[in-house]
Ligand binder design. Sequence first.
Ligand SMILES: [Zn+2]
Length: 498
Amino acid sequence: MTLNQAIETLNRVEKAVYALNHAMDIMNTDGETVAPKDSWRVRGEAMAYLSGLAYQELQAPETEEALKTILQHRGETDETTFRRAEVLQEDYEDMHVLPMDEYVAYNQLVSDAGAVWREAKENNDYASFAPLLEKLIAARRRYAALKAPEKPAYDVLLDQYEKGACMETLDPFFAAVRQDLAPVIADVAAHPKETPAFLTREFSVDAQRHFSEKLMALEGLNPRRCTLGETEHPFTSGPNKWDVRITTNYRSDVLGSLYSVVHEGGHALYEMGVADELQCTCLGGGATMGIHESQSRFYENLIGRSRAFCVPLLKIMKESFPEQMAGVTEDALYEAINLSQPSLIRTEADELTYSLHVMIRYELEKAMIAGDLTVAELPAAWNDMYQKYLGVTVPDDRRGVLQDSHWSFGGMGYFPSYALGSAYGVQMLHRMEKEIDVWGSVEKGDLSPLTAWLGEHIHRFGKLKKPQELLSAAMGGPLDPSVYTSYLKEKFTKLYHL
Ligand SMILES: [Zn+2]
């Protein structure tokens, strides 16, 4: 095969795989948002069939030969084409681990498990989800053992979400975070603040829906390219930069949805910032989940829970909720959005205690994937760890082990991305502060200079650069957990006058 023929094959296969992924992405989002409940009964089979077509395209001997040919000709192709071959080769190897029938069956399992999990959570019925979780764990363990038999299975899974992440580096990362933050968390717990009255008022879902539109505009999300749906567990999806879907979940408490929108909006800005020429190629999305979470947690916390953001935030809250927000000052809002107390739900946790929620999942996943913890033992282990790490009693599985969607899509190994992403974000912010007037812009309600900075350093590259290279360039050096913990210590020491 000549180099030109190989590039033609790459173009053709990539186009086919993109189209199939586009279809599966929309089917999945539809299933998670507006599709009728029972639609899951056949959607999984249809999606599995499409995944089989993608398998055939990517695993064809011609594709294998084309990728090999391009990878042997470094220097004779442009950088983008070479990188596309590299990334597609990784996808090829990932998929190649399983025979086609098993790959297709796994995709159906994931789709079905999502639907069963949603109902199980709604009905607080762990027993109905347990058999599927058992199958998912077995499938993930089998995949890891086949992919890299020489490695611990959990390391193989971690690497799927954050390239290079492994227990050897994550154990000390979490230990350092815990050691640094434990005294601050204890200090804060010893000086509890009362929940301000306005947070206990009723915020109607309709008013919250209108408010979300204003919030998206404030974050700079173009409504022609990004829409907001409603779902059990907020997420971001979308096949390309012109079609990004974020989701939220409305309850009477206004902050839950507010921060879901800002968080998912951060993911959306990343997707929408990837260069046009990378769209619909295998380089057209975020580099890794850790880097993706660095963008979402950047907007959610570093910006969304800053004092400066309270200026534009209070303005739109007063427009949308004039009665509930009457008399509330910027300072009061700042205190309210940074109330720190050990809680049950990860996605609603404050910045300070958040990483403990991730740590619990990390410990449980390690044990499950190693085969040291069974699905039957999981809820009790979950509840014990919430008692031990956070001092809270889990009242039911709905607010316990069933709260997150990740295990239902086989996402064991994903959670550490949230903690890593939070830490990456602080290092990026420190660099950004040296180059642009971050807080002046935020106070004015103009986040565009921040998004432009992130666009320049992270977004536009998609998967073009290798993750480590992209990250250290944006952070100005390697990951240093003490930068993250110092930021939190300083913020909460001030907020709680410790
Ligand atoms: Zn996220």
